[in-house]
Ligand binder design. Structure first.
Ligand SMILES: C[S@@+](CC[C@H](N)C(=O)[O-])C[C@H]1O[C@@H](n2cnc3c(N)ncnc32)[C@H](O)[C@@H]1O
Length: 562
């Protein structure tokens, strides 16, 4: 690995070490708002003493000048196996004790450099802004020690980055992610029979279509049809989107994942560490920020901005829940997104790897979202930069599924925009028949075919996706679904059906379909052409696909990441 690759890897992976860093905002908030905070920190001596003892042990184990890659690997494993501090207070105390230990050991000379590096590395693992800390280390820590810290960081990041597709997806999903012809695809890990459910997956985030949301006919969390006596609504001041829930369980999940942060004035921190009630003007500012964002969502009528907002809120919620002892992911939360085996990978790891379309967000959108985060907890706004926001929108546009029950509905209001601007989601029934959109981790990798080997189904009556085999399939076969309606309609010829679906694919996902059906139909058409002059239609068809594609060519090159 050359030094450039290594530093890119470090920068890319460093946020992984630090998680979403919600507690950075929390530190900041507490420092500014809670005078007792520092006093409490000083009292928390127990954890400090424990980590000092750990550092003394490492010191005894490594008083040698010969630091080999094997000893660095061993040191990394040791640190990773240690039980780290949990709460923000513990993290801060631990951080300070490890930095001070690192400094003292560094002064003792080269025999103690590895032990010193271990301490600095421990501090780095809990610091809210690791990249910033590395810059400080570079200027202040002796060079050989700094190099050891960086070697450990790179090794950890490399293991995590490279090991991802070994751990994900879990074996129980019956598929693996493989790269074929430069694309990531899902490949079966066992034989399946036609009609068999290959895997099921819960969504990461969902957003009902606006008309359904207003009608209150479906649960805003799981999408289940509401049985009227069961419907639950929050008071209107905490429910600006007029969400209806099918059960208390869905209401609680939705609130804890995203609703509370985005649409209520409740504290975004766990009750154990909720600071004193904010002043009325701060509550009012938060409510205004939410109302403005909701007005924007209603005006736009698109799913992607809501999916992005809910995704960011969910990440914040996952991180803040870890701020209290025992607050790691609860068993009930586990199935809500496809967990990687070993549990080392976070929601951010899964989403980070998804490809995205280059999109131009409306300039209004980010400031509105930032305002919601900032008024909920000052400091949270740091998590969404322009680039991150555009990338997330592009990920939603590229990967979201349209959720359709049965064959889908036929009362969705017509979109007013130009066909090429209409938001598209992946569904074999067509976006016009969906009730809402949902993003899944594993299913994001499903590729398209006009003669698909599998189909998405929502047979549980919720947004949980089941992927079902369309025919008998063998281990090693690639799974494909139809992103668009590929059935030939009664009023369409083969040529027209081919043209319609290829145009939709080019507009929505920016590729020219090369599936076996498209190729066979093209061949058959060139024969027909001689007989019935159908070639004209074919040429028109291809030129339309080409026109759609060339419009997006630049974006395709820069927007799709591996
Ligand atoms: C939602 S992503 C699917 C995951 C993607 N294959 C990956 O590498 O991560 C959709 C993109 O996959 C690619 N894709 C899917 N099916 C394809 C196909 N049949 N032929 C060519 N590209 C396809 C296109 O670039 C499309 O925009």
């Amino acid at each position: 690995m050359d030094s450039r690759t290594s530093s890119i890897l470090t920068i890319a992976g460093i946020t992984v070490l630090g998680g979403v860093l919600a507690y950075a905002a929390y530190f900041d908030y507490k420092r500014r708002n809670d005078v007792d905070f520092r006093k409490k920190l000083r009292k928390d001596k127990k954890r400090v003493n424990k980590s000092l003892a750990q550092s003394r042990e490492s010191l005894a184990a490594s008083s040698s000048k010969d630091v080999t890659p094997a000893s660095l690997r061993e040191a990394l494993e040791q640190v990773k196996n240690e039980e780290g501090p949990q709460s923000p207070e513990e993290k801060e105390a631990y951080f300070m004790s490890q930095v001070s230990m690192g400094e003292q050991l560094a002064i003792k000379g080269p025999d103690f450099y590895l032990a010193s590096a271990i301490s600095f590395y421990r501090a780095l693992r809990v610091y809210p802004s690791p990249v910033e800390l590395i810059v400080i280390y570079q200027k202040t820590v002796p060079e050989p020690i700094f190099k050891m810290v960086m070697d450990m960081t790179n090794l950890d990041v490399k293991n995590r980055v490279e090991g991802y597709y070994d751990a994900f997806p879990p074996e129980s999903m019956n598929v693996a992610v493989e790269t074929r012809e430069g694309r990531k695809v899902l490949v079966l890990t066992k034989d399946v029979a036609s009609g068999e459910v290959i895997y099921k997956e819960h969504p990461v985030v969902t957003a009902l279509d606006p008309d359904i949301q207003i009608a209150g006919t479906h649960c805003a969390h799981c999408f289940r049809v509401i049985q009227s006596p069961m419907s639950i609504q929050l008071p209107s001041e905490s429910n600006p989107l007029s969400s209806t829930f099918c059960s208390k369980a869905c209401l609680i999940s939705n609130k804890s994942q995203s609703h509370s942060l985005l649409f209520t004035t409740e504290s975004p921190l766990p009750p154990e560490i909720t600071p004193a009630a904010p002043p009325p003007e701060a509550v009012e500012a938060r409510r205004r920020a939410q109302a403005n964002f909701v007005a924007y969502l209603k005006k736009e009528g698109r799913a992607a901005p809501q999916l992005v907002a809910r995704f960011i809120a969910r990440q914040v919620a996952l991180e803040t829940s870890k701020m209290v002892e025992g607050g790691k992911k609860k068993a009930s939360e586990k199935d809500d997104f496809t967990d990687a085996e070993g549990g080392e990978y976070l929601l951010a790891d899964h989403i980070e790897r998804l490809r995205y379309l280059e999109v131009k967000p409306s300039p209004e959108e980010l400031p509105l979202l930032v305002n919601i985060l900032q008024t909920a907890l000052p400091g949270l706004e740091q998590f969404v930069t322009d680039e991150r926001h555009a990338t997330l929108l592009g990920k939603m546009a590229y990967n979201a599924f349209g959720v359709c029950f049965g064959g889908g509905r036929d009362n969705k209001p017509e979109s007013e925009g130009r066909p090429e601007d209409v938001e598209k989601s992946r569904t074999p029934y067509g976006t016009s028949r969906q009730i809402g959109s949902a993003l899944y981790t594993l299913s994001s990798y499903l590729s398209h075919s006009c003669a698909p080997s599998a189909r998405p189904s929502f047979s549980s009556g919720t947004a949980e996706i089941s992927v079902i085999a369309n025919r008998d399939l063998k281990k090693g076969d690639e799974l494909s679904i139809a992103y668009v309606d590929v059935t030939q309609h009664p009023d369409e010829s083969v040529v027209e059906c081919r043209q319609r679906r290829r145009k939709e694919l080019a507009r929505g996902w920016r590729f020219a379909c090369g599936c076996s059906r498209c190729e066979e139909e093209a061949k058959a058409m060139s024969t027909e052409e001689k007989v019935a002059n159908a070639g004209e239609a074919e040429q028109k068809d291809e030129s339309k696909v080409e026109a759609s594609l060339s419009r997006y060519e630049d974006a395709e090159e820069s927007g799709n990441v591996e």
